[in-house]
Design a protein around this ligand. Structure first.
Ligand SMILES: N[C@@H](CCC(=O)N[C@@H](CS)C(=O)NCC(=O)O)C(=O)O
Length: 206
């Protein structure tokens, strides 16, 4: 299988962590996308993913799968090892809910702040910016972080006592927040402790 991505970008990072968790990194061939040169906006790329984003998974039969949550679902089922998306009906639903919250309340909010309220990826790529909307999304991201601090006061991980795809999404959101120079408030001690704890996982340390 092939993965079109940009190494170290927040969403591609999610898929790379999932592969590492499943010990399957060597099963993928990574195809670098020249995002800074606008390759993701070419007709050829948009034919693979109309949303114009990375990562994209291409299966050996030619199927293209975009959206990290879908790609991680595929990886989780394709390779053995501890489940990232849950085995029971309840676990699957709770993980899916927490994953979507981490995406919407933190990762996507940070991304919108970065692209709208800062210089983002530079004038060639940031062709439309709405600074007020970007600032509003910063507020949303900070509320999201406070929410996850309350979750982590009760559980070791976002969806209970196991590391899952939801933790991967929040981790990428925090990596993006750091890049966008958003500081995690020091009073969010449960979130900060979780961050330190997962930093020791080989998939994340790598
Ligand atoms: N919801 C998508 C987000 C993908 C995404 O926004 N990726 C960023 C890189 S971290 C990207 O390609 N940005 C380029 C753009 O949107 O123009 C997913 O889960 O894969």
């Amino acid at each position: 299988m092939k993965i079109y991505d940009v190494e170290n970008f927040p969403n591609p990072l999610r898929v790379r962590i999932a592969l590492a968790e499943k010990n399957a990194t060597d099963k993928a061939t990574f195809i670098p996308v020249d995002l800074m040169d606008g390759e993701h906006r070419t007709a050829e790329f948009l034919a693979k993913n109309p949303a114009g984003g990375v990562p994209i998974l291409e299966l050996d039969d030619g199927t293209f799968i975009a959206e990290c949550s879908a790609i991680i679902e595929y990886i989780d089922h394709e390779f053995s090892g501890p489940s990232l998306t849950g085995n029971t009906a309840k676990d699957r639903a709770v993980i899916s809910m927490m994953q979507r919250r981490a995406e919407s309340m933190v990762l996507d909010a940070v991304a919108t702040y970065f692209h709208h309220a800062t210089d983002g990826l530079g004038p060639a790529l940031e062709t439309y910016q709405n600074k007020a909307w970007g600032q509003k999304q910063l507020e949303k991201a900070l509320s999201g972080l406070a929410y996850f601090d309350t979750v982590l006061a009760k559980n070791s991980y976002l969806a209970g006592n196991e590391f899952t795809a939801a933790d991967i999404t929040l981790h990428s959101g925090l990596v993006f927040a750091g890049f966008a120079q958003i500081t995690v408030p020091s009073e969010l001690t449960n979130l900060i402790a979780w961050q330190a704890r997962i930093a020791n996982r080989p998939s994340i340390a790598a």
